[in-house]
Structure formats: C-alpha cells, structure tokens
Write a protein that binds this ligand. Sequence first.
Ligand code: PBG
Length: 328
Amino acid sequence: MITGKFPNLRLRRTRKYPWSRRLVQENNLSSSDFIYPIFLIEGKNKKQLIKSMPNVYRYTIDKLGGVVESVLKNKIPMVALFPSTPKSKKDNLGSEALNEDNLVCKATRYIKKKFKNNVGIMCDVALDPYTSHGHDGLLKKNYVENDKTIISLCKQSLIQAQMGCDVIAPSDMMDGRIGKIRKFLDRNEYHDVQLLSYAVKYASSFYGPFRDAVGSKKSLKSDKKNYQMDFANSDECLREVALDIKEGADMVMVKPGMPYLDIIKKVKENFKIPVLAYQVSGEYSLIKNGIKKKLIEEEAIIESLMCFKRAGASAIVSYFALEISKKL
Ligand code: PBG
C-alpha cells in the first residue's frame, strides 16, 4: 500500500518548476563555449552552399567580414579556418600549405587587420586540404611518412603564426609533432602563439561532409587508419594526451564528439588541461537532417552541445555555434 510517506526521497521535487530546475542545474551552455568553423573559397563575392552540410557555406575572403561580425556580436570567442583549395593548386607534397598567399593565410591577415584581438583565430595544421591524394602528410609507397611530414607541418605552423594566427591546431596525428612545432615557433619568437593539439583524433566515418567541404573526399583513395586512432580503443587516449602535454600543448582536442563522450570524460578526469570537443561534420549533418525531416526536435542541438559540457569539455567546435548562440 502506498502511504503518504512513500517514497521518502522524491527526486522529482526539484524538477517540478523551471526556477527549481534552474537552481540545481549542474552545467550550462553559453556562447563562450564555442568555436565556429568557417570554410573558405577563392574568388569574389561568393557564398557557396556545401551540399552535404545543410546551411553551411564556403565564403570568399571579401565575404568574411559579415560572418566574423556576427561571431563577435554573438560573443563567440574564436573562429577556425578551413580552406577549399582548387584542384589545380593541389600536389603530392601539399605545397600550397606553405604559400603565404593561400586562402587560410589571406583570411587570417584579413580578420586580424579588421577585428584585431577581439576574436581568436585558429588554423588547422595538416596537409590534407592541399595534397592531391587527400592525406594529412607526405606519402612514400602509400604510407604517410611521419618525420618528413613534421618538417612541412613546422613550416606551415610558422607561416600561420606570422600571418597572425592565435591558435595553431595540428590535426594530422603524426607522432612527436607538438614538440617539434612548439620548438620551431619558440625559436622564431612566437612563444605566445597557443598550441591546441588534436591529441585524440579517431579514424572516423563521421568526417565525410567535411572532406566534401574542403574537396579532399574524391581524392582520398584509402582511409587514415594508419595514423588516426582506432575507434575500438580508449586507453590509448591517455598516452596520446600525456605525450602532447609533455611536448607543450596548451589545450587538447577530442574528435569526433558525441560518440566519444567517454573519451572526453576520461581525458578530463586524468589531466587538468582544457579539453575541447569537436562536434564534427557528420554529427552536424545527421542532427540537422533529422530536424529537417521532423524526426527529432530542434532542442536536440542544445542537448547534443550540453552533453559535451557534462562530459567535461571546456569548449566545443561546432557548426551549430552561430545559430545556437543567437538563441542562448
Ligand atoms: C583534417 C581535418 C579533418 C577534420 C578537421 N580537420 C578531416 C580528416 O581528418 O579527414 C574533420 C572535421 C569535420 O568532420 O567536421 N586534418
């Protein structure tokens, strides 16, 4: 028989009213939690829809002002730049990565000049947007050569720093590159440029739309499993992060995001370093298409982002950053 006393403890009490739910809320989401990725294309006055990513565009440099202005207006701290390099500029070595007038360099100079230090600029370090084979490094007999690749990555990092990049983000997964890049930047007097290591990056099928966006999808013949991590593994993430911290990383990234919340939590519990999460293109498109088809509600976006905070992320790279910040 149910008496007035049963049950003694009722967890629904604090859930009864909105004010009470707000009072006991453990995590929250604000626009300061986001990094907004921007795709770049050559040309003038173009805003080009990316077919595999609803509502995400590639912009020409002259169109960037408007985008960054809304990023600032919505108090998003940082943008991340990704180039869609024309095929004619790609080669085996990814030489365009080292061109001071490539898209990322031009965009960095443009944003720095126009917006000074009011917004952070983060640049990816990896060769895949520039190589004809779509891999993140230099190939020898179809295998990405670790140490040779690092030489290019060091040069790419320095050029980006010289252009005004605030946060260098190596996403290539070569062994030892964080230490080499840190030393190279320091030797060239860029000790204040931050290093955000994609320390824990899995070989994932959720990157498909991104590869389409930067134009590396068609050229990539094999997968990236001999340098990016095996999604069956978890312990390995601690070894990766430990190494990168020792080598000088200021922050570390876990990527992809939502299927890897256990990894975010594990890293955060073991290291007191800012852990960032990347809600990647495939996650974005799945959620966005689900909402469009009315399979899930729009609230799913906030839910997906809050889960990163709950797992321990300090910030989230997300293609939803701008549209959600407008609502927060
Ligand atoms: C390239 C890079 C990738 C992403 C960010 N930087 C793709 C890859 O490793 O193939 C994926 C981002 C996304 O899917 O949103 N080094």
